[in-house]
Write a new protein. Structure first.
Lengths: 421, 324
């Protein structure tokens, strides 16, 4: 194709972008809140399906019942991971998030573990507490009655016990551990392989305390459902999280970009992907018991793209769509709008390549193994895409004039005189 | 806002400050670290024992600290393979124990060692091997001695690679805004990248270097202090604040009297601390002194934002430690 003269191309691009726009900040943050509302509602409904599958399994334990519960857990992760983009920009989400998706965990707090796990560590005296085997516990010098395992015991006493972050007693990953057990295959193929008989009652029970294990799984699942119901309500009409981003659309735009950038760079590229590679640790993967990490990473990346494009595809195929951040950026800087669109495409494609490799038999944990050059290449392509797109988000913050909006807790910009006193 | 920013930058060209930071701080910084790690490796070849190696170990820290928190380009991954911390799940200790119990090539071959867990390389490895009484009594013909020589040789190789790899980032910073520079599209982006590093360094020192050992009121966590086995907690915290201010001064190109005064307060608070390893913070007075140091570092952060960032209407960008 013969290239158009430069001026003509520019004029065409401008006219196209003007035809497409008419997005206002208020409309864009409305779309954002709509996507959040739908995402948390879908997280809730899939968690309720998980709860139904777990109840059916616990009522009549069987290999098929455990498989069904595991499948429901994996299905529930797809909408939830797409909501992680709402985390860092919204304090109401960030303060709550640890209840449902805290990771990594010292799973020996909850249940039996393999001898290779070790015991208490410098960091965590409770790393091998094993609540399921012990009706009476000692936590930081206090005796705790754990004879009945309830949501209250888990939420009020066990979670974050002794102020240690890795004492994760609730949320998706606690449930994941209870469904799969430890993945003892190292970098080799295979996920956790907990026998269904860990929940068989009576003489068939394996590894002891099957009644208490069932109680724990029930209670942790109830907590997850309750926590997600609470967050879904925050984004519904009149909810506090929706109000927080729609009352001041400029602040809402800042929340959008803060969430996109912090999730992409520090959290996903850094903590979750590159660190695992550099530590060569098969436990350093987000969904380490189920070997579902490839999906978690993919849906995290997709969530960032959703927020930018103002478009979310629900698990039932329904579409939530509206005026987008992309439209708004295009109004100010069409080239930047396209730059971000292209970078998000690149990242999502890289994360999808990891997913495809995993589905074809190269599990994510094997990609982390020292000397696995192809695994490293796949993971680093995702990392590079995430870091690269973050730079463009910074450009969008500048282009939209959001520098002027004070970040949470920044005294110097809210009130410059205060710090000189 | 965009217009105001541009006008401010026209009044004080951002790139001059960026060049000062690269030429006067980062370039000599990575070169000094390469020299210090080479000296450390040589010292380990001459005498690997823990006591003999401590001066060269501390000298390597002295060289690393000024650049440790400026995570741009190659220093960003290097920060993980040279000084991975905090290691919340004890991955480093686990990997070192595994290596010492094995006869793996990584024990004696620096190239093979470069493939092991980042948590078991660099300073974290030496903190354990030189500072943990259960490990540090090794003799000159022991597997631990061999491992110490391998760790230090790997550090020297990393130091050399960093000095080499840094050139590209220095060039990208220096040519910010020029055609063909895809990394920094404007001078403003280069300025902001360095400014973000200053703020995140101070935040990391206040919240993590000092915040982790402080723990919650009534529940201090002395063993969560940074490389406490080899006495690094206080020197590292102070060096981080010193480095942040040194970079701020070069970057801003205007006198920063308030920032300098705030740094003096940090120095005073640090001088009042009796145990540089923070292992005495079960004692309420010692804990209070550490809390005061943390407050002083936070105050310094606020002052830098006000004196360096606010006049340019700058907010920090994203950094690699934004996650949880």
């Amino acid at each position: 194709m013969r290239p158009l003269p430069f001026a003509a191309t520019t004029a065409l691009a401008l006219s196209l972008s003007h035809a497409a726009l008419a997005a206002t900040p208020a409309e864009v943050v409305d779309t954002y809140a709509d996507i959040a509302e739908a995402g948390y509602a879908d997280s809730l409904s899939t968690a309720q399906e998980l709860q139904a599958a777990i109840e059916a399994f616990l009522d009549a334990p069987s290999p098929e019942g455990l498989d069904a519960a595991r499948a429901a857990w994996i299905a529930s992760r797809a909408p939830y991971q797409q909501t992680e983009v709402f985390r860092f920009g919204n304090p109401i989400v960030d303060d709550w998030e640890g209840k449902v998706n805290a990771w990594p965990l010292d799973e020996g707090l909850i249940d039996y573990v393999d001898a290779s796990y070790g015991g208490a560590t410098d960091e965590n005296q409770l790393a091998a507490l094993n609540v399921i085997a012990n009706p009476t516990l000692s936590i930081a010098g206090q005796e705790v009655d754990a004879s009945t395992i309830t949501p209250e015991l888990i939420a009020g006493t066990l979670d974050q016990a002794d102020g240690v972050e890795s004492n994760v007693a609730r949320g998706y990953h606690a449930i994941e551990f209870l469904l799969w057990g430890q993945d003892l295959n190292g970098h080799g193929p295979g996920a956790g392989d907990r026998p269904w008989t860990d929940y068989a009652q009576g003489a068939d029970c394996t590894n002891g305390n099957c009644d208490r294990r069932a109680d724990y799984l029930r209670a942790a699942t109830q907590l997850l459902v309750d926590d997600l119901a609470w967050m879904a309500a925050q984004w519904a009409e009149g909810g506090a999280a929706r109000e927080a981003v729609t009352t001041d659309p400029q602040a809402g735009l800042q929340a959008m970009l803060t969430g996109m950038g912090s999730l992409s760079y520090g959290e996903q590229a850094g903590e979750r992907m590159r660190l695992g590679l550099m530590l060569n640790d098969p436990e350093e993967e987000h969904d380490c018991f189920s070997d579902n990490t490839h999906n978690s990473h993919y849906y995290d990346g997709l969530g960032v793209q959703n927020v930018y494009l103002g478009r979310y595809v629900r698990p039932d195929g329904g579409l939530v769509e509206g005026p987008s951040l992309r439209d708004l950026v295009a109004d100010t800087d069409p080239a930047l709008a396209e730059e971000i669109t292209a970078k998000l495409d690149t990242t999502v494609a890289a994360l999808d390549a990891i997913r495809t490799a995993a589905e074809n038999g190269t599990a994510y944990d094997t990609m982390l193994e020292a000397g696995n050059a192809e695994g490293e290449r796949l993971v680093m392509a995702g990392v590079d895409g995430l870091i690269d797109q973050t730079r463009s988000f910074e450009r969008a913050i500048a282009a939209l004039g959001l520098d002027a909006v004070a970040f949470e807790g920044s005294d110097s910009l809210d009130n410059p005189d205060a710090v000189f006193q | 806002m965009r217009l105001a920013l541009v006008l401010a930058l026209l009044a004080t060209p951002a790139l001059a400050g960026v060049e000062e930071v690269t030429q006067q701080h980062l370039r000599p910084g990575v070169a000094a670290f390469a020299e210090a790690t080479e000296a450390l490796a040589q010292a380990a070849r001459a005498d690997c024992t823990a006591e003999a190696l401590r001066p060269a170990y501390d000298a390597a820290w002295t060289a690393w600290s000024p650049i440790a928190d400026l995570r741009l380009g190659p220093t960003e991954p290097a920060a993980l393979t040279i000084a991975y911390w905090p290691d919340q799940r004890g991955a480093g200790a686990k990997a070192l124990r595994g290596l010492l119990a094995s006869d793996a090539p990584a024990l004696r071959d620096p190239a093979a060692f470069a493939e092991v867990s980042a948590a078991a390389r660099g300073f974290p490895a030496l903190d354990r091997l030189l500072g943990d009484p259960e490990l540090s009594g090794y003799g000159t013909n022991s597997p631990t001695c061999t491992l110490v020589q391998t760790v230090t040789a790997d550090m020297a190789a990393q130091g050399a690679a960093l000095a080499e790899g840094w050139q590209a980032e220095a060039e990208a910073l220096a040519s910010a805004g020029e055609a063909g520079n895809a990394r920094y599209l404007t001078e403003d982006e280069a300025f902001r990248a360095l400014y973000t590093q200053i703020l995140s360094a101070l935040e990391f020192t206040a919240d993590t270097r000092l915040g982790r050992p402080l723990g919650e009121p009534g529940r201090p966590r002395p063993t969560r202090a940074e490389f406490w086995r080899t006495g690094r907690p206080l020197p590292n915290a102070l060096a981080s604040a010193e480095a942040a201010v040194a970079v701020a001064q070069l970057l801003a190109e205007i006198p920063l009297p308030l920032t300098e005064a705030a740094l003096d307060q940090v120095r005073h608070a640090a001088a009042a601390i009796d145990d540089p390893t923070f292992q005495n913070i079960e004692d309420p007075t010692a804990r209070l002194k550490l809390e005061i140091l943390q407050q002083r570092v936070r105050a310094l952060l606020d002052i830098v934002e006000a004196e360096v960032g606010a006049p340019r209407g700058l907010q920090p960008g994203f950094n690699s430690r934004d996650g949880d």
